[in-house]
Design a protein around this ligand. Structure first.
Ligand code: SAH
Ligand code: SF4
Ligand code: F3S
Length: 444
């Protein structure tokens, strides 16, 4: 709390872990906090309210949160007025166990309760009791929740909540509930508002965007893409994540024909052998996935494909792993997020036999990354000398005179800054392609 020019300022510090959905939820939390007088701060020391929006997809994510919770104990001792809340997926999973473990937590709010944040905070301001609310109802986030977007260039727009897929390793369906699609007009309205506020790029979010609208049947994902593509002023539309089992030819055609729909599909395969895919309950096979990729590339030749991969799923053999490496070499993703399987209690895979040794998992992860890095580099090298349009984002992390931007295919391009502003669209010729980034120079 600070008195500036006779006015009392309250500050909220938000720490966000996990996926884009969590980022998007956090923006809606901050939006609400603003309505009751909080401003965002980047300093934990200065904060009157600290929120950790948590992830529990892997054990490492949870460990990090427990570490932070410990750190905040000191701040709470120094400032008893400080309000400290845990939200997000781990809040949903652990509920009041979190407060039992760390009594300096004031409230625990589940994933379906984002819109109750102001109410809970005010209750604690008044009474200083504990509040736990993690009921996982079937209601969706009301559409009138205010949003305080974290970035100024690209806007996250959730199109659906929850997941129905129950991949056997994954905790998300348990902490996010069943799929609920937002109404198409609400989504289009949010995109229009974002454009009015200066955003030229949006990313449509869902655990499985391809099953959008299967509940309300008012529009499917392809219809929605076409509607968003037509919003006046929009320059780029991104979307994630696509589950391979639901990516229809209609969606492929929509991306092919859409003017602003970016040629990038994040299409997690997770594994490259049928035996493991089956045990994961991913529903598709190596063969059907291969055919899907063939159809995508035939329709959209310049498409970039990215994926998520898990090593060390229970029962994984050397032979499975070799098949996965072969599959990677065959499909040739532009890039991949690689994960070591992490046991999540309550999921079917956690109790499967033949859990893989940690040391074997690490070895396989390294081998996997080596193969993928080679492929990423080879794909990027083909871009040498090509001119690509990028949206300028801002200075790169290491060197302020070197700026970064992104291609439609979501590749990062570094270039020497010469007066460009964030949000500018410029053409850049690629001069030095690398594994993770492309270096280039502006062409006028
Ligand atoms: N809905 C998205 C992904 C959500 S979680 C999808 O289906 O693709 C993001 C990624 O985390 C997953 O794609 C998966 O690769 C990984 N993941 C999920 N559970 C995991 C676990 N128990 N251990 C390791 N990685 C996991
Ligand atoms: Fe998890 Fe599978 Fe749902 Fe993705 S589709 S969130 S991996 S259960
Ligand atoms: Fe993590 Fe929840 Fe996203 S578990 S990955 S923050 S949906």
């Amino acid at each position: 709390m600070k008195m500036i020019d006779g006015k009392l300022h309250r500050y909220a510090y938000l720490l966000v872990y996990g996926c884009q959905m969590n980022q998007s939820d956090a923006e809606r939390m901050m939006g609400q906090l603003r309505t009751i007088g909080y401003e965002r701060t980047e300093s934990m020391e200065e904060a009157d309210l600290i929120l950790i929006n948590t992830c529990c997809v892997r054990e490492t994510a949870e460990d990090r949160v427990y570490g932070k919770i410990g750190e905040i104990k000191r701040l709470k001792r120094e400032n008893p007025e400080l309000i400290f809340g845990i939200t997000g997926c781990m809040a949903q999973k652990e509920g009041d166990a979190l407060i039992k473990r760390a009594p300096h937590i004031d409230f625990v709010l589940g994933t379906n309760k984002v819109h109750e944040l102001t109410h809970v905070v005010q209750e604690i301001q008044a009474e200083h009791g504990h509040v736990v609310d993690v009921q996982l109802g079937e209601t969706e986030l009301p559409d009138d929740v205010p949003v305080a977007r974290a970035g100024s260039l690209s806007a996250w727009v959730p199109i659906m909540y929850g997941c129905n897929n129950f991949c056997t390793y994954c905790i998300v369906p348990y902490v996010r509930g069943r799929e609920r699609s937002r109404l198409p007009e609400d989504i289009v309205h949010e995109v229009e508002e974002a454009v009015k506020n200066g955003y030229e790029e949006v990313t449509l979010l869902g655990q499985n965007v391809n099953s959008y609208g299967k509940d309300h049947k008012l529009a499917d994902f392809a219809d929605l893409l076409k509607m968003v593509d037509k919003v006046p002023g929009i320059r780029r539309v991104r979307f994630m994540t696509s589950h391979p089992k639901d990516l229809s030819d209609k969606v492929i055609a929509a991306i092919r024909d859409g003017e602003h729909l970016c040629e990038h599909i994040h299409l997690p395969v997770q594994y490259g052998s049928n035996r493991i895919l089956k045990a994961m309950n991913r529903v598709y096979t190596v063969e059907s996935y291969r055919d899907l990729v063939r159809r995508i590339r035939a329709a959209i030749p310049d498409v970039s494909l990215t994926t998520d991969l898990i090593v060390g799923f229970p029962g994984e053999t050397d032979e499975d792993f070799q098949q996965m490496l072969d599959f990677l070499r065959e499909i040739r993703y532009d890039s991949a997020y690689t994960f070591i399987y992490s046991k999540r209690s309550g999921t079917p895979a956690a109790t499967m036999e033949n859990q893989v040794d940690e040391s074997v998992k690490k070895e396989r992860l390294n081998a996997l990354m080596a193969v993928q890095n080679e492929i990423s580099l080879a794909i990027n090298e083909k871009l040498l000398g090509k001119t690509l349009e990028i949206m300028v984002e801002g200075p790169s992390k290491n060197e302020p005179s070197v700026w970064m931007g992104r291609t439609r295919t979501n590749k990062i391009v570094l270039f020497a800054h010469a007066g460009e502003k964030p949000g500018d669209f410029i053409d850049v010729r690629i001069t030095h392609p690398q594994t993770w980034v492309l270096k280039g120079e502006r062409v006028s």
